[in-house]
Structures are given as C-alpha cells and as structure tokens.
Design a protein. Structure first.
Length: 368
C-alpha cells in the first residue's frame, strides 16, 4: 500500500546536499558519472553568483545533466516562509528548513552597506536572560547549507541588479562557536572566489564567550572578524545574565581574545548590552575598561531592546548610556552606542523568535 503524504514526509532524504559540495568534490562526482568536470564551475556560478533557487533554473546546462543533478542531489538551503518589513528599511526573514524547523535572519540596509545577520542554530542553548531566542530552547545546529542558504535567500529577495550584500554577521539565532564545523564550512563557501566570493574581513563571528571556540576560529585561519558579547563587568554579574557563561570564566575568554590572530589594523569588538540598574553604573564602566586592558579592541554599547511583558529588563535612561560611553572614551577606548534596527518587527538584537516563541523554532512539534 502506498504511504500517505504525512508518512512519506517523515522519511529522511539520504541524497547528498548540492549546497554542501566543494568545487573539487562536485567535479569528481560529475566525472565519475560521465559528465565533463568543467560543468562544476558552471553549477557553482548558478548557485552562488546567480543565487538560483533550483537546478531547473540552470539554463545553460544540458537537460541530461540537470535531470541527473535533481535525481542525485537534494538542493539544500532554506525557503523564505515569511518576511516582515521594518519602517527603517530592515527586513526580517522567517526561513523554513527541510525538517520543518524555522530560523530567522535580518537584512539591514544603510547607505551603501547591506548587512545580513544570519543564524547558526535552531534556537539557542545558552539561555541568556535578555534574549528571546534562548527562551524558546535549543533544537539543533544548522548545517552548512542552511547557513549559506540564508545568504542565498537574501540574494533572491533583493533580486537581480540590486546592490550586493556587503557584510555578514553571525549574530542571529544560536551560538556559532558551538557549531564550529558547519559555521567554518559555510564561511569557506561564502569567501571562496568560485562561490559567493565575499571578503573574509566583511564577515564577523559573534560569540557569547566560548573560549575553546575562539581558539578554534583563530586556528582555522579564516581571517574573519571576532565579536564577543561581554554584557557584564564582573564574573557574578555575567553568570546571572548569561547562565552558560559560567562554563567559561571571563579570564579564560579574555585570554583567548588576547591570543586571537588578526592583522595589526583590526580589533576585536566587545558588545555590551546595557540594562537599567543592572550593569550600567559608572563603576561597571570602569571595571569594563580595566578588564579589557591589553586587548586591541573597540566597544559597542547596545541599549537593551525590550520585549513587552516577556523579558524582565528595561533600557537605561539616555543620560546613563552616554555617561557609560564617556567613561570608556576617557579610558582611551573607541566606544560607540549602537541602536538596533528592525525593533518594530522583532528583528532587533535579542528579539529573534520573539513573535512565535518555541513554535517558530520547530513548526512540526505540534504535528503527528
């Protein structure tokens, strides 16, 4: 008896994923099946330069090759399930994965800059008290094709002839340095001149402070930038705000930062979310300045983005935010106040997954 559609949907697709193939691996597979190796470069051009959503759109490939690609590979990537447009020009994308999971990415426009904030996990295991993603729990790591697929989906959204995406930040859902293998593979594809061809210096990996992951990122020699979410001026304060951070003491995280390899002209970015009456005092500012001594860095101060009735924090008054900044500037740091984009559509820093909670993370939890 034929299986029902619902039963068939539960059968995993064991085909290799096209968007996970390196150029050399794809060339070898083509030749093994009687196709010319040079076709791999054409396929890569369609995948990454043209950002086509399917093999059928690769019009300069012979029909026999397109049929074989469809039969042999699963395309991979993500599908745009919903978009939410902010008044400030940002676009929040809710993206469907093959197993029914949901992730989000945010495209931000600013003059000649197009920045894409992408997710590395479905949900997040860190449980930071001020972040909506962590409130929904953790489902699984994203695969490399799902990470790259967010870039390709944004390219498709922008359309042909639109200004290109200039920067990528791993600041969406999840902790990228708890998913190093897939994140590093995705970065290699994004920076490969034969693939997406982005400059590694326009890619930033942001971590909540996974010391071992910071060391792995340096050892991988990907030449991307590093950002660290600090958010506290003492060990106790950090452990209360970011429970997972208790596993990596500040001393260990800061030492990994000191050893992180980077060109002389580059600096690590420390991100510090300011909460009213929690971590925003003059004493906090001075402690932050003291703990970062000896690290080539800049500091981004991010006023907390509230989620009404959900998160138990408030944004500090503007004068306290600016006083915090001035103390750091007085200690010879570059300290900027960064106001997140997309707050009106739940796309600001800490708000991803705010509209639908855990149900957004895995659309099939309530099914069968």
């Amino acid at each position: 008896m034929a299986k029902s559609i619902k039963e068939a949907a539960k059968i995993p697709d064991s085909r290799p994923v096209l968007l996970r193939q390196s150029l050399t691996a794809l060339q070898a597979e083509l030749q093994r099946h009687g196709f010319q190796g040079y076709r791999a470069k054409q396929i890569f051009h369609w995948l990454y330069k043209q950002a086509v959503p399917s093999v059928a759109a690769m019009t300069n490939l012979p029909a026999a090759l397109r049929n074989w690609l469809d039969a042999f590979y699963r395309f991979g990537g993500v599908q745009i399930a919903e978009r939410r447009d902010s008044a400030d020009g940002s676009v929040k994308l809710i993206l469907a994965l093959a197993d029914g999971a949901r992730i989000e990415s945010v495209l931000m426009r600013e003059e000649d800059r197009r920045t894409l904030c992408i997710s590395s996990q479905v949900g997040c295991p860190l449980g930071c008290l001020f972040c909506m993603t962590g409130q929904g729990g953790f489902v699984r790591n994203c695969t490399a094709d799902e990470i790259v697929g967010q870039y390709l989906a944004a390219r498709q959204l922008l359309g042909p002839g639109a200004p290109p995406i200039t920067h990528i930040v791993f600041m969406g859902m999840g902790e990228p340095l708890l998913n190093c293998e897939a994140v590093f593979e995705a970065i290699r594809r994004l920076t490969d001149p034969q693939a997406a061809g982005l400059s590694p210096r326009r890619i930033t990996v942001s971590t909540a402070g996974v010391a071992a992951g910071i060391r792995k990122l340096g050892e991988a020699k990907l030449n991307v930038k590093l950002a660290v979410s600090l958010n506290a001026s003492t060990e106790d304060q950090r452990g209360r705000l970011m429970p997972y951070a208790r596993r990596d003491r500040l001393e260990s995280v800061l030492e990994a930062c000191r050893q992180f390899p980077m060109p002389r002209q580059h600096r690590i970015t420390f991100e510090y979310v300011l909460f009213d009456g929690v971590n925003d005092s003059p004493a906090d500012a001075r402690r932050v300045g003291q703990m970062l001594r000896g690290i080539r860095c800049k500091i981004n101060l991010i006023p907390f983005n509230p989620v009404e009735g959900v998160l138990p924090f408030r944004r500090p008054p503007q004068e306290r935010i600016e006083a915090f900044q001035q103390i750091l500037i007085g200690m010879n740091y570059t300290a900027s106040i960064r106001y997140s984009k997309g707050a009106d559509v739940g796309a600001a820093c800490g708000q991803l997954a705010a509209h639908a909670g855990a149900q957004l993370l895995y659309d099939t939890r309530a099914k069968g």
